[in-house]
Design a protein around this ligand. Structure first.
Ligand SMILES: NC(=O)c1ccc[n+]([C@@H]2O[C@H](COP(=O)([O-])OP(=O)(O)OC[C@H]3O[C@@H](n4cnc5c(N)ncnc54)[C@H](OP(=O)(O)O)[C@@H]3O)[C@@H](O)[C@H]2O)c1
Length: 412
């Protein structure tokens, strides 16, 4: 596997690492969807260049929008479709989605959050069960249609969701997104669609990683905690959108946070509650680890890496050498990484949010914290151009110069 590609794959559900029980060992990964099959369905091409503008937000919530359900036969869907590795086409004539079962909800997309996985999976050709496929993993919108067994939602309700790549109907780069009701959450009072559309990946990943896999106090479920509920958590990539949620959730859980950022985003991590921020500019990984250890000694028992295999390796070096510790490499751990016996590498599987209906507790708990104003949302940059502008937005995040901002596309 080329090394550049290998930097990306481990963080995703379709390229998964297994936890290691042994003293010093390598970490294999398994591939859930290696083969890319090309479907025989035809695709209409529409290569319009994006014409719209971007808007820096602080956004205010629009008034509650109630939309009247129309006859689904008269509606058609539009989507940004992946037709091959690295290739998109805009298609404007999908039929309105049909339900696989009566507990599904169809949501009209109002805003969609863009994430690194969106461009990586298409550029490198993974997490695409077949072609054509529709990607996009988080969105906010208005309930358009509900199955007869949906009890929690009604047509016209403002909601957000987090999706699993294996269902094309759930890809968020389309006007109607179809998902099971347990993955849907009401938009917290006071939030715009654009703000709510960043909860489904960064917000939920941070919440589930901390509460479920890193045993951080605050979980809405009864999780088993085997390590003390105090001490330090290291967050490498402390200004990433995911880290912005993670820092705040860790502080709420009673942990002290040490974060690694560039000097330009140091103040952001501090403002979110990090006790100490180590800047990375011009320093080697070993120098950063030495600085972390100088400050925290051997007291770091939890870590999240949000950058890649090199920094994941350094997280392992910064973690306690004597206490039982937990590590979540969200942006990949090399198969050659050396994992000391006292460290458990946690395989974060966000697909569990979709596969396990009881995971709904996490989205509800996250919602509550947001609604109570106990979690600040990331600063967002809104691209006001619908499906046409998504590729432009993905190029923005690919450049990696967002300095902590989240890119959201407003749909038309
Ligand atoms: N497994 C999962 O389910 C899952 C879910 C969410 C995210 N992820 C993965 O987690 C990673 C972060 O995602 P995201 O959307 O939160 O990222 P993001 O917001 O797009 O991250 C961008 C930030 O990364 C920081 N950064 C870049 N290189 C760095 C380095 N060497 N050290 C420290 N910080 C660095 C930059 O800030 P500075 O330059 O200011 O430091 C930049 O602002 C991605 O690899 C993503 O695929 C995985």
């Amino acid at each position: 596997m080329p090394s550049k590609l290998s930097q990306f794959l481990g963080s995703f559900n379709c390229f998964r690492q297994k936890p290691q029980p042994t003293l010093v060992t390598s970490i294999p990964y398994e591939v859930e969807s290696k083969g890319l099959r090309v479907s025989s369905r035809s695709i209409h091409s529409n290569d319009q260049a994006p014409t719209s503008t971007s808007t820096e937000s602080t956004l205010h919530a629009p008034p509650l929008q109630i939309e009247v359900q129309q006859d689904s036969k008269s509606k058609s869907n539009s989507a940004l479709v992946v037709v091959g590795k690295g290739q998109y086409e805009l298609r404007e004539s999908f039929p309105f989605p049909s339900l696989d079962h009566e507990r599904e909800v169809v949501i009209r997309t109002k805003a969609v959050g863009l994430n690194p996985i969106d461009w990586k999976s298409v550029d490198y050709g993974f997490c695409l069960p077949e072609f054509p496929w529709i990607t996009g993993r988080e969105m906010a919108g208005v309930v358009e249609h509900v199955g007869s067994e949906v009890t929690e939602f009604h047509v016209g309700q403002r909601v957000w969701t987090s999706t699993y790549y294996k269902d094309r109907r759930a890809g968020c780069f389309q006007h109607f997104v179809t998902v099971p009701q347990h993955t849907v959450a009401p938009i917290p009072a006071g939030l715009s669609f654009e703000e709510a559309s960043c909860l489904g990946v960064a917000g939920l990943t941070a919440a589930m990683t901390l509460w479920r896999w890193l045993q951080v106090p605050g979980s809405p479920r009864t999780e088993t905690h085997s390590i003390p509920s105090t001490g330090y958590i290291l967050i490498w990539g402390g200004s990433t959108v995911t880290a912005q949620f993670a820092i705040q959730l860790a502080v709420l859980g009673g942990l002290k946070v040490i974060a690694v950022t560039s000097s330009k985003t140091k103040a952001l991590a501090e403002a979110l509650g990090a006790s100490r921020v180590v800047t990375r500019d011009g320093k080697s990984g070993d120098e950063i680890v030495a600085e972390i250890r100088l400050f925290c000694g051997d007291a770091i028992t939890r870590a999240i890496d949000l950058v890649g295999p090199e920094t994941a390796k350094h997280c392992l070096q910064a973690l306690s050498r004597s206490q039982k510790s937990l590590f979540a490499p969200l942006a990949m751990l090399s198969s050659k990484a050396v994992v000391p016996q006292n460290i458990s590498v946690e395989t974060v599987e966000m697909k569990q949010f979709v596969l396990d209906p009881s995971s709904q507790a996490y989205s509800r708990a996250l919602n509550k914290l947001v609604e109570e104003g106990r979690i600040m949302l990331p600063h967002i940059e809104v691209l006001d151009g619908g499906l046409d502008i998504i590729q432009h937005g993905l190029e923005r995040i690919k450049k990696g110069d967002m300095a902590g901002k989240k890119v959201i596309v407003r749909m038309h």
